[in-house]
Design a protein around this ligand. Sequence first.
Ligand code: ATP
Length: 371
Amino acid sequence: MASVQLNGLTKHYGEIKAVDDLTLTVHDGEFVVLAGPSGCGKTTILRMIAGLEKPSQGQVAIGEQVVNDLAPQQRQVGMVFQGHAFYPHLTVQANMEFGFAGRKVSRAEVHAKVLETARLLQIEGLLERFPQELSGGERQRVALGKTLAADPQVWLLDEPFSHLDTNLRYTLRNELTRLRQQVGITTILVTHDLSEAMSLADRIAIVHHGQLLQCGTPAEIYDRPGSRLVAESWGLPPINLLNAHLTQAASNSVDVAVDNSPLRVTVHGNLEALTEGQSVTLGIRPEDVYVTKAGGNSPQNGLPVTLVRVERTGADALLHLQCGSLDLIARAASRSVAELSGDLRIDFDPQSIHLFDQDTGLRITQTATST
Ligand code: ATP
């Protein structure tokens, strides 16, 4: 195992800047998820760590060693892609053994390591089969095993489960969690799947246009996004973002009025220099918007809303709401939806409100971030 240090990493493809001056340390044994919109440079970052792409600028170090000039096979990095390629004429066992090609390891050692890894991944029963005789889930398990058996210092996983069905993804995610506990290898995973990232990562690195926007624990990224961009890119359904302005600003609280709406809220906290009238973006996650029947426990900030549409997602339902000219999404338990008829109001806890500067997009309240 080893740490991975990316220092000012940049990659140009002609006019395209796929990765832009990116600095990030993944600590020894840490599990970091790279996330961000399609085309933001995630795969290119993994490929530069693996040695499959040469950086235009900057350094990749594994452990204490700068590896820019090392060939992929000299880096001891295992990389798994979606739709991982196998040698079709070799059995699973032979494919797994191939990961040791070019290394000075005895046949007996290779054999033992492959068997040990197959046991770990519960694929012993597949060793005699050929790749085309495997299901999608089995192939991905074998792909994980093939790279893991060769004892990599760093494991790079590029959306390894993205083409599998939801149940299988969930099973493999849990297997990965179990593997982590047993092997504890330094891992970088690229995924678009929020719940996969939240459940597996020690830290999540949000990348946008090749730049690192924020890197932090799942809770930091979700609960204290450092910018509007991070808040927007992390959460499904996306966070509600409303244009607003400050009607009163003090060092420990501000009154916020949502533009073109009677929606008002007071936010307390350690707030930096703010001025009355300043334009801000108010962010509120769908699960922090409470919808209640009017007349019950009348909420302090409650405002009348119209329920436009209910989108059932399973245990939860997404409530598409209209509050004057504003469109909002709230998340509620599916079972509670039947009660939501007649006059409805919305309310939210001021503690769960995010404020962003409208010019810079940066969070106004303090943000915990680490690189
Ligand atoms: P996705 O989530 O869709 O897989 P990504 O975040 O992994 O995307 P990359 O595949 O790293 O993004 O691509 C980053 C940018 O670099 C994109 O604009 C892509 O078109 C471009 N790019 C990637 N590889 C090449 C290449 N070999 N030649 C030219 N442009 C490339």
